[in-house]
Ligand binder design. Structure first.
Ligand code: SAM
Length: 286
């Protein structure tokens, strides 16, 4: 390992060429949940995501960039920012970046961040806030897409209920396209969720293939909404379905027996927002 000053970065940059380097081994291990949990850390790939993270107040532990990106002004700025906040900057070969990200054509920059989960007791829904609860979500692409959609629609956050895929896996973070840094995520057991739900000060709607109510007929305005979505294989279990004020159905026309979880969540979220906004638009005071 050698050290040099990257032009533009005020601190030292460690140049690493060996996959056996212990710093690289630690970062590489973050592709496994066990080590993510041990280190309480996760990897985000790409300069855009890292800049998003800085803008949203996340502090970075380690910035890793490809030798080929050494002269890129934005990379130098990110390196300077990492050093200024006490983080480590590593310059590595493309082979090392491939090993870290498990990709043949890796991004030129990756960052290591500390995981952040919020507690259910910190959620205080007010006015038109929308929260999404996902029951035992299995697929990292679905979870990442839901987090991204929650961000896009302006909802407040995601609650993961029961055994779920890891919000901090490489695949999930990739699918969020940076929204992992913008959307609060909470994780809880089904029992604690049901306790917490008792105090939810608004409308609790679940989506269900056997839902009695068409999702377009509900007035979601003027109160917080909690949207519950079922597991990809089994749908909402009875205990969670029974905790909903309404069970909603998205009518389908073709032969498919259900929508993909993330698609169904997107359809619901934009309808909930439309309903709330159209009422606000009719209000002369707004
Ligand atoms: N076989 C599962 C079942 O019986 O519910 C299908 C689950 S579906 C892939 C995943 C989740 O998306 C469902 O639990 C539900 O929350 C939502 N969903 C998908 N299509 C829906 C529809 N047409 N109406 C209401 N919810 C739907």
């Amino acid at each position: 390992m050698s050290e040099h000053r990257a032009s533009g970065a005020p601190g030292q940059v460690k140049e690493i060429t060996s996959l056996a380097n212990p710093l690289i081994k630690d970062i590489k291990s973050l592709s496994l949940k066990k080590f993510r949990d041990q280190q309480n850390a996760f990897i985000a790939e790409g300069l855009k995501l890292i800049i998003d993270a800085f803008e949203l107040g996340w502090s970075i532990r380690t910035l890793v960039f490809a030798k080929a990106a050494r002269d890129n002004a934005a990379v130098q700025k990110a390196a300077a920012r990492t050093v200024a906040s006490g983080g480590t900057v590593l310059e590595v070969s493309e082979k090392i970046l491939s090993a870290i990200t498990r990709r043949d054509n890796p991004q030129a920059v990756v960052g290591v961040f500390t995981q952040r989960l919020m507690g259910l007791s910190d959620i205080r829904p007010v006015s038109n806030d929308i929260w999404v609860a996902l029951d035992r979500v299995r697929d990292p692409g679905n979870l990442g897409t839901v987090i991204r959609t929650v961000d896009a629609v302006g909802a407040k956050g995601v609650i993961l209920v029961g055994e779920t895929t890891d919000p901090f896996s490489l695949e999930t973070v990739r699918a969020t396209m940076g929204s992992i840094f913008a959307v609060p995520v909470a994780k809880t057991s089904s029992e604690s969720f049901l306790d917490w739900r008792q105090g939810f000060p608004g409308l609790v709607v679940g989506t269900h293939l056997k839902g009695a109510v068409d999702y377009r007929t509900v007035d979601y305005a003027d109160r917080p909404v909690l949207l519950m979505m079922g597991n990809e294989q089994q749908g909402l279990p009875d205990a969670l379905a029974a905790a909903c004020d309404r069970l909603l159905r998205i009518p389908q026309a073709g032969r498919a027996d259900s929508l993909n979880l993330a698609v169904a969540t997107g359809v619901m979220l934009f309808e909930i927002r439309r309903s709330a906004l159209s009422l606000a638009a009719e209000d002369p005071a707004v």
